[in-house]
Design a protein around this ligand. Structure first.
Ligand code: GLN
Length: 243
């Protein structure tokens, strides 16, 4: 039986504001890994002035941003809180990085004590700390194996959900409890930039499987020649993490 036409619709939210440390590369990776397998992809760059219809997408990406940009985005997100809650409960796949990850929670408390209210989708809070947690990071994820990248955040995040993984090197959610990121329904939250997906093909494919299933499409993924991706991953582990 021939495979039915497969087409994924991806929303890249507020790329003009949330775009730190090459987060755009995540979109590029998802797009190419689909195209190499004959899966069609439409990526919509959604800006603040666009009317966001979550129901139009099979995967939504939120990147990282400065505190100032985060405040602007938070306000826009909160206006559609009920729609977000319904979509996430329905299984909408979401990848949220750093500032975007923090905004999934109840609030992000700035150094001056002000609280930027988030979407409240997760039972998660973030507090800006006295120092920034910066550097290369490696975690072990039960679903996606070793994940490597770069982190730079002042926020310390705490939650009672399942984490994305356990910190092997670096800081993670708060530099204290040894956990990194969050996994909740089809939501993936993480502090890892760098960008995240090019060096972590297993995680990229996990997101694609999740999005295809959510779209009601066959979710098999032909194997790709990932030698370059794994070489980048291994070089990162060898040079940045173990030294
Ligand atoms: N402004 C947030 C923090 O410093 C997020 C930064 C980021 O997205 N890199 O914690």
């Amino acid at each position: 039986m021939p495979t039915p036409r497969r087409r994924l619709f991806i929303a890249h939210l507020y790329p003009d504001l949330l775009n730190l440390y090459a987060d755009r590369g995540n979109i590029q990776t998802l797009r190419r890994r689909c195209e190499w397998r004959g899966i069609e992809v439409e990526v919509a760059a959604v800006s603040l002035t666009d009317e966001l219809q979550l129901g139009d997408y099979h995967l939504v990406l939120l990147g990282g941003g400065s505190d100032r940009e985060q405040e602007i985005v938070a306000e826009a997100l909160r206006r559609r809180r009920a729609e977000w809650r319904a979509a996430v409960n329905d299984g909408l796949p979401v990848l949220a990085v750093c500032g975007g990850y923090q905004l999934l929670g109840s609030y992000y408390q700035l150094r001056d004590g002000r609280q930027v209210e988030g979407l409240g989708l997760l039972d998660l809070v973030t507090q800006a700390g006295p120092t920034r947690l910066i550097g290369n990071i490696a975690i072990d994820s039960p679903e996606a194996g070793r994940i490597v990248g770069f982190e730079n955040h002042s926020g310390r995040t705490r939650h009672h959900h399942q984490p994305l993984g356990r910190v092997i090197a670096g800081h993670g959610n708060n530099g204290e409890d040894g956990w990194e990121g969050v996994r909740y329904l089809n939501v993936f939250g993480t502090y890892i930039h760098g960008p995240l997906l090019p060096k972590n093909p297993r995680l990229a494919d996990l997101l694609l499987h999740t999005a295809l299933r959510y779209a009601g499409l066959p979710d098999h993924l032909d194997p790709l020649d990932d030698r370059l991706e794994w070489a980048a991953h291994e070089a990162f582990v060898a040079r940045r993490i173990e030294s």
